[in-house]
Design a binder for this molecule. Structure first.
Ligand SMILES: CSCCC(=O)C(=O)COP(=O)(O)O
Ligand SMILES: [Mg+2]
Length: 253
């Protein structure tokens, strides 16, 4: 579907940003954050095994069909639950399955890395100026990511460009729903108390943009280095930009 929206005519009350592949490089998530979580998961589980938070994550993880698939895939049964869950976490990270309890656990593990200074959140240079420009224009900025709300706040609080949290007014993760379901975007617009047509959603994933569009939101795809290539059809169905610099002219409706 040919998109008629021209960038200079863009108006929005809220810009809703995805993280991986949009504000932040895919390589930072896959080559830094995920390996960090894998390396530290077993120790984190061992240290916090008796806490209610970890007990809830362990209970929730075992509800998924993927848990049964993982157990059945093991050559020799693992009878120690703690080691079984640690192995399942590795399995899920390797497959990049964005299960909500996994994302909660990853956020808790990353918190220690950010607090120690070992982790610094990647954001593209153009993101900071765009955030400042939109905020000066009275436009709110919200985040919708598969990463937990806690992980979202950490990546922006401890970013390589300093603390960017002051620009962000709301955070949504998969507790609101799956990112490729239009109902999730309807719920986000309701939560923001903004009409969907006054929300501009920026993402790297066409399926997410399609779901947001079905919910009535404006959508633009980001083509960042390392992002999955877009098909001709996807490029004709959505406005595609390489960075946020072409979005400085956004105005309130
Ligand atoms: C919040 S930083 C970690 C992001 C993450 O875990 C992830 O799976 C990224 O998914 P997104 O929906 O932001 O593309
Ligand atoms: Mg993404």
């Amino acid at each position: 579907m040919e998109t008629t929206m021209s960038l200079p005519d863009l108006t929005a009350k809220v810009v809703l940003v995805d993280i991986e592949g949009t504000t932040t490089s895919i390589s930072f998530v896959h080559d830094v954050l995920f390996p960090y979580a894998k390396k530290n998961a077993a120790e984190y589980l061992q240290q916090t095994w008796a806490t209610d938070e970890t007990k809830q994550i362990v209970t929730d993880l075992q509800q998924y069909l993927e848990f049964n698939e993982y157990v059945e895939s093991l050559e020799s049964p693992q009878d120690e639950t703690q080691k079984l869950i640690a192995g399942f976490v590795d399995y899920l990270i390797d497959k990049d399955l964005k299960l909500t309890p996994l994302k909660t656990l990853q956020g808790l593990i990353w918190a220690k890395g950010y607090e120690s200074g070992e982790l610094k959140g990647h954001v593209y240079e153009d993101v900071v100026l765009a955030f400042e420009t939109w905020r000066k224009a009275g436009i709110q900025i919200a985040v919708y990511s598969s990463g937990s709300v806690a992980a979202q706040k950490l990546i922006f609080q401890h970013s390589i460009a300093g603390n960017l949290l002051q620009h962000l007014s709301a955070h949504f993760d998969t507790h609101v729903g799956h990112k490729q379901q239009s109902e999730s975007y309807t719920k986000i617009a309701l939560s923001l108390a903004v009409e969907p047509q006054h929300v501009l959603f920026l993402s790297d994933v066409p399926g997410e943009a399609a779901a947001a569009r079905d919910a009535g939101m404006l959508t633009i795809l980001l083509r960042r280095p390392g992002n999955a290539p877009l098909t001709e059809e996807q490029q004709s169905a959505f406005v595609v930009i390489d960075d946020f610099s072409s979005l400085h002219a956004i105005k309130l409706p």
